[in-house]
Design a protein around this ligand. Structure first.
Ligand code: ZN
Ligand code: ZN
Length: 256
């Protein structure tokens, strides 16, 4: 698997960190982990093959994670690059994903469900196990963030695993969900103090890293409070493993 960070930031406008989105290339196809507004154009900027995107994973309905989904589907409906496409696009997320998309669609009569290719919306529950793409297994975990928010664990045919928490508060159970992952892609919204309980500070993120036994950790969903802080050095003081600071445009091979 190969990961490209499209957006390492949050809902707060920032000059170098756009809101949450990560691109994954797997043997089974390509996958977008959350689709923020900027992600629609960040995919093109990073030369990601957006016209053949296999699946979109939606972690929860905050707009810094789902705000680009309807605009992306408006794009694929009209773009020359997708007119000959027949391969289905899977949009997968928590219960309510289809309703959210339908409401947006109806608000402007955009005909987002009428694509040149089949559009499949799949809703999953916490603790579900399913194939997100043929040969790419997924498991879900309910996170303490919103009522619908889900973390996802992806495992390819070779056994390489990537766990994406998206936004979450602290719960030790998340470390068990991410046990021995090749890459544990964690939110780390704040450094030392968090204004809201439903996000993580560095000490909590590093405690989860340690408990999980993950091979490597990447910290993303970074609020502007992180500007000027050396994240990797601060992480090292709390956990001896390899921590990578997500930056827009960063590419990383996951697994062997
Ligand atoms: Zn967020
Ligand atoms: Zn959120």
């Amino acid at each position: 698997m190969r990961l490209t960070v499209l957006g390492s930031g949050t809902a707060v406008p920032h000059p170098r960190r756009s809101s949450s989105s990560h691109w994954v290339e797997a043997a089974a196809g390509t996958l977008l982990l959350d689709c923020s507004g900027p992600a629609v154009h960040r995919m093109a900027e990073e030369n990601c093959d957006w016209a053949n995107l296999g699946a979109v994973w939606i972690s929860h309905f905050h707009l810094d994670h789902v705000g680009g989904l309807a605009p992306f589907l408006f794009g694929t409906r009209h773009a020359p690059q997708t007119q000959q496409r027949r391969k289905p696009l899977v949009v997968c997320g928590p219960r309510g994903t289809e309703k959210l998309l339908r409401r947006f669609d109806e608000a402007g009569d955009y005909k987002l469900f009428e694509q040149p290719f089949p559009l499949e919306v799949k809703e999953v529950a916490p603790r579900a196990e399913f194939e997100l793409l043929p040969g790419l297994n997924a498991e879900t975990f309910s996170t303490p963030h919103t009522s619908e928010s889900l973390a996802v664990r992806l495992t390819d045919a070779r056994g390489t695993s990537l766990v994406y928490t998206s936004d979450t508060g602290f719960t030790e159970a998340l470390a068990g969900f991410a046990r021995a992952a090749d890459l544990f892609l964690l939110e780390c919204s704040f450094f030392r103090e968090k204004p809201i309980k439903t996000h993580l500070v560095l000490e909590e993120a590093m405690r989860l890293a340690r408990l999980s036994g993950a091979r490597r950790v990447m910290l993303s969903h970074l609020y502007p409070e992180w500007d000027g802080v050396c994240i990797e050095a601060e992480a090292k003081r709390l956990w001896d493993g390899e921590t990578i600071e997500a930056r827009d445009g960063l590419r990383l091979d996951v697994g062997e």
